[in-house]
Design a binder for this molecule. Structure first.
Ligand SMILES: [Zn+2]
Length: 292
């Protein structure tokens, strides 16, 4: 069991990429952050656990060994059955283990199942319910709204909102005063990611649960929304100026030059600024100009 858990933790640390440089994991914890909403940090993955009168919803179990442990931890705070597993997106270090919750309905955006079906290294769960733009789960006295706004981190991105408790949940969208390593952002659409961050801020949450960060990430959410808005404005302005002069071909050189041209010294104290900012500009540039 120990070996299994250690290897799960290592896999999560690598897959989670929250601290790709040093693989440092936050300590495990399980706290009720608002009435009926819990934050379950285990092996570097923070799951939202929502307890209603009729059942329990959990997010992103990550891997089977972690899912098994979640069942035991949740049983200590409620005798309600785990009825729903809501997936934030298709990445394997989030979706794995969803099938461990026997009889629970696995919910994800409609783009998720085809990517899970491509998994060659890890067993992936079957998704029972898919949705297009929004999906709401009524757990009895408390509900979870899922929103898909487009391609964010992956193509089947969903953020979640618990309106009765003023909590939002998201995965792989931002880090606290840290730029995520570029290697992990290669299939992230920064235009979409910015939309998700702004949407969560507009929902005016009191708590923001973030999959690779412990505690209340509300300030980190707001700071990162502001950061992405600033990057978007600068990249948009550069392409607008070029394209208005020389049409689409005038934008091509910017794909190569912009990442090293934009500096934002006000973020120089953030972790991984030197490599991370050019990475974000590169992704924002491609997402705006190229669509991917
Ligand atoms: Zn991801």
């Amino acid at each position: 069991m120990t070996t299994l858990l250690l290897s799960a933790a290592t896999a999560l640390a690598i897959g989670g990429a929250a601290k790709a440089q040093d693989f440092e994991l936050p300590p495990n914890s399980f706290d009720e952050v608002a009435p009926g909403v819990w934050s379950l940090m285990l092996f570097g993955v923070n799951s939202m656990v929502v307890v209603g009168e009729d059942g329990v919803l959990v997010t992103d179990p990550a891997v089977g060994a972690r899912a098994q442990m979640m069942i035991g931890m949740i049983a200590e705070v409620t005798d309600k059955p785990i009825t729903h597993v809501a997936l934030s997106h298709e990445h394997y270090d989030h979706a794995g283990g969803a099938d461990v919750f026997e009889g629970a309905e696995v919910i994800a955006h409609e783009n998720v199942p085809e990517v899970l079906a491509m998994s060659r290294l890890f067993p992936m769960p079957e998704v029972n319910t898919t949705f297009d733009d929004t999906h709401s789960v009524d757990l009895g006295g408390i509900s979870v709204d899922m929103y898909h706004l487009g391609h964010g981190d992956g193509t089947g991105t969903a953020i979640m909102h618990v309106p009765e408790a003023d909590v939002v949940f998201s995965a792989d969208m931002y880090e606290d005063k840290s730029f995520t390593a570029a290697a992990w952002k290669e299939d992230t659409n920064l235009v979409g990611l910015r939309d998700y961050l702004n949407k969560m801020v507009e929902l005016e949450p009191v708590w923001a649960i973030n999959t690779h960060q412990p505690g209340n990430a509300l300030e980190a959410l707001k700071e990162n929304a502001e950061l992405q808005n600033k990057i978007y404005d600068q990249v948009f302005e550069a392409y607008s100026a070029a394209v208005s002069q020389g049409g689409l071909p005038a934008g091509f050189p910017l794909v190569f030059s912009l990442p090293s041209q934009i500096s934002m010294p006000e973020y120089s104290e953030w972790n991984n600024y030197e490599q991370g900012l050019p990475g974000y500009v590169n992704r924002m540039s491609l997402s705006l100009f190229h669509g991917g």
